[in-house]
Design a protein around this ligand. Structure first.
Ligand code: ACO
Ligand code: ZN
Length: 226
């Protein structure tokens, strides 16, 4: 993970001397020539990637007052799968994922949330799975801070050894930093549950999150308990 990615992850936090670009969301120090350069490089590429011009055929699976969700399948036209892949790469670099390959590319379903400004502001990749291991709640003890920090960094969440039945695995979920806490991830997941298997909506328990980040874990805990 390079510094570029780290700056994106930190976006939104207030830091002395740092600015958050209000169109691409990157946090950088306007005083630093190197930061300015990195921002200029990132800015246009990012906005080009999330721009959505509209397609002749769109598989709209949900519509809202502030946007819509479209589903992209592996067999879709190249322009659609390419957009899905480009957005997934953005999510991957922000998540610090090195490898860009999916576990089952031919069965992966990509859900994109398009807002009213024609930008892809959310992305969710769902894949069929058979079983999952439940992430166990960790005790937060102040004196274990060092250990907690270590675990957060390595995403080494403790998992149970008992496999549980699951049907849909969420291998990526990402929302544009400037559009978070508006229920976009929630709406993506609700839509996945309703459309992943034709004719039979999935329960929250039938969805599993793979390798969640700290943000992902907070979100998933909230989502699954409501
Ligand atoms: N801290 C605390 N609670 C949170 C957070 C957070 N960062 N994010 C979500 N929640 C909880 C809240 O209770 C929230 O409700 P509220 O806003 O009314 O309090 C509830 O979850 C629903 O949140 P949404 O608005 O639906 O979530 P959002 O659209 O902001 O997306 C996401 C959440 C996807 C985790 C986003 O923060 C993100 O993209 N983060 C960076 C990428 C990432 O870490 N993705 C998860 C990786 S794990 C995986 O891909 C399997
Ligand atoms: Zn910018």
């Amino acid at each position: 993970q390079n510094d570029d990615d780290q700056l994106v992850i930190d976006a939104g936090q207030k830091q002395f001397g740092a600015t958050t670009c209000n169109s691409c969301g990157m946090l950088y120090s306007a005083d630093s020539p190197e930061d300015n350069f990195q921002h200029t490089q990132f800015h246009q590429r990012f906005l080009d990637t999330i721009r959505f011009v509209g397609w002749k055929k769109e598989r709209v699976v949900a519509e809202f007052w502030d946007g819509k969700i479209i589903l992209v399948l592996p067999e879709d036209p190249k322009y659609a799968t390419k957009k899905a892949e480009d957005v997934r790469r953005i999510a991957d670099s922000e998540l610090g994922f090195q490898q860009v390959n999916l576990s089952s590319p031919s069965a992966a379903k990509t859900y994109l949330f398009i807002n009213s400004d024609k930008m892809v502001v959310g992305c969710l990749v769902a894949e069929p799975i058979r079983q999952a291991f439940r992430v166990l709640e960790q005790q937060v003890k102040p004196k274990d801070m060092m250990k907690e920090d270590f675990m957060e960094h390595h995403r080494a969440w403790c998992c149970s050894t008992m496999p549980e039945k699951a049907i849909c695995g969420v291998s990526r979920i990402w929302v544009f930093s400037l559009m978070r806490r508006k229920g976009i991830a929630t709406r993506l997941l609700d839509t996945v549950r309703g459309s992943f298997m034709y004719g039979s909506p999935l329960t929250k328990a039938e969805i599993a999150f793979s390798d969640p980040t700290p943000d992902g874990k907070l979100f998933a805990t909230k989502y699954c308990s409501t």
